[in-house]
Design a protein around this ligand. Structure first.
Ligand code: ATP
Length: 334
């Protein structure tokens, strides 16, 4: 297969398995987000792909070539770290040209490439500016331009946007994705932000405790999470135990035991007595775009989300009917 392939990759720190038997195929041109809670092994996995960390087991292949023992500088990749690692005393142009200078490319070629890359990241004409005088978003773009200077086969980024404020960060997510699509470069980004992953990725790889818990397109992960860990990590969900074919005491066709995940937007609220289950409103949160209602039912709190157009007059303490449509219930292993 052409693309990146991880085969049973493992990394130990002492006896601790930071990355445990990870296998993954990424066809060329895809945008992959490694997603998971702190300490799940995503940075270690990225560092192994980069050649900054040597696996204790398994293989890393790019276009069928085994890179497992190939040093970083021979892997044909561009990297951006959270710290960006720009040289503060150099200009924008000198920073971007740095990898070209290391390879002793002619001066004229360096200048032309810098201009081209600055166009690409939408900062035309600022090559002579000191990096120290740029804004956070501009620095981000300069770091991206430098990483792409040698037109690598693989583009690796570790939490590249986490230092930016929320608004700029969202804008940069879209920009990064558009840039990747224009270039068609295989890209792997580490993030702990599920919204960021869903904005950018073709393939979201959810990790937990050193293992891949699920690897699938974003909407597939959201709609059909593989287990409760994934369901809870991606967006907000209600996890309700299924016992003897009954969900909160009401029969659910099909499965008998397990854990049911149902998204807040799929929970239907009706008048008391009009649905098989009744609960009591504990809190209402009106976020403008959506209204979230927290309902206590049989010792558990459920969240229902609705559009403000259906903003109903529920108040704390009200009794409310709850419908959990079977087609929205995903049954997971308990
Ligand atoms: P974060 O989002 O917090 O960076 P992560 O998912 O990227 O988390 P890693 O940095 O890959 O996690 O770390 C995975 C585990 O391996 C953690 O428990 C970490 O403490 C441990 N670890 C990472 N690097 C080393 C090291 N050089 N020596 C010992 N333990 C390490």
């Amino acid at each position: 297969m052409s693309g990146l392939e991880l085969r049973d990759v493992t990394k130990l720190f002492g006896s601790f398995r930071a990355v445990n038997d990870v296998s993954l195929s990424v066809p060329n041109g895809r945008f992959v987000c490694l997603l998971g809670p702190s300490g799940c092994g995503k940075t270690t996995l990225l560092r192994m792909i980069a050649g900054l960390e040597e696996p204790d087991g398994g293989h890393i292949l790019l276009d069928t070539e085994d890179l497992t023992r190939v040093p970083t500088h021979k892997r044909d990749l561009g990297m951006v770290f959270q710290s960006l690692a720009l040289f503060p005393h150099l200009t924008v142009g000198e920073n971007i040209a740095y990898p070209l200078r290391l390879r002793r490319r002619p001066k004229a070629e360096q200048r032309a490439r810098v201009a081209e890359l600055l166009e690409l990241v939408r900062l035309p004409g600022i090559a002579d500016r000191p990096v120290a005088k740029l804004s956070g978003g501009q620095r981000q773009r300069v770091a991206i331009a430098r990483a792409l200077a040698l037109s690598p086969r693989l583009f690796l980024l570790d939490e590249p946007l986490s230092a930016l404020d929320a608004k700029l960060r969202e804008a940069m997510q879209i920009e990064l994705r558009q840039l990747q699509q224009r270039l068609g470069i295989t890209t792997i980004v580490v993030t702990h932000d599920q919204r960021e992953a869903m904005t950018m990725a073709d393939l979201v790889v959810v990790m937990g405790e050193g293992r891949i818990r699920q690897a699938a397109p974003p909407v597939e992960i959201y709609r059909n999470p593989a287990d409760a860990f994934v369901a809870d990590f991606i967006g907000t969900t209600n996890l309700i135990p299924l016992k003897g074919g009954k969900l909160l005491g009401a029969p659910l066709a099909g499965a008998t035991e397990g854990m049911v995940s149902i998204r807040p937007e799929d929970v239907v609220l009706t008048d008391e007595g009009q649905a098989p289950v009744t609960g009591r409103v504990a809190f209402v949160r009106d976020l403008g775009a959506t209204v979230e209602t927290f309902i206590e039912v049989q010792g558990q709190t459920l969240t229902a989300a609705s559009s403000p157009r259906h903003r109903h007059r529920l108040a704390v303490g009200d009794a409310v009917g709850i419908e959990l449509p079977a087609e929205s219930c995903v049954v997971l292993p308990a």
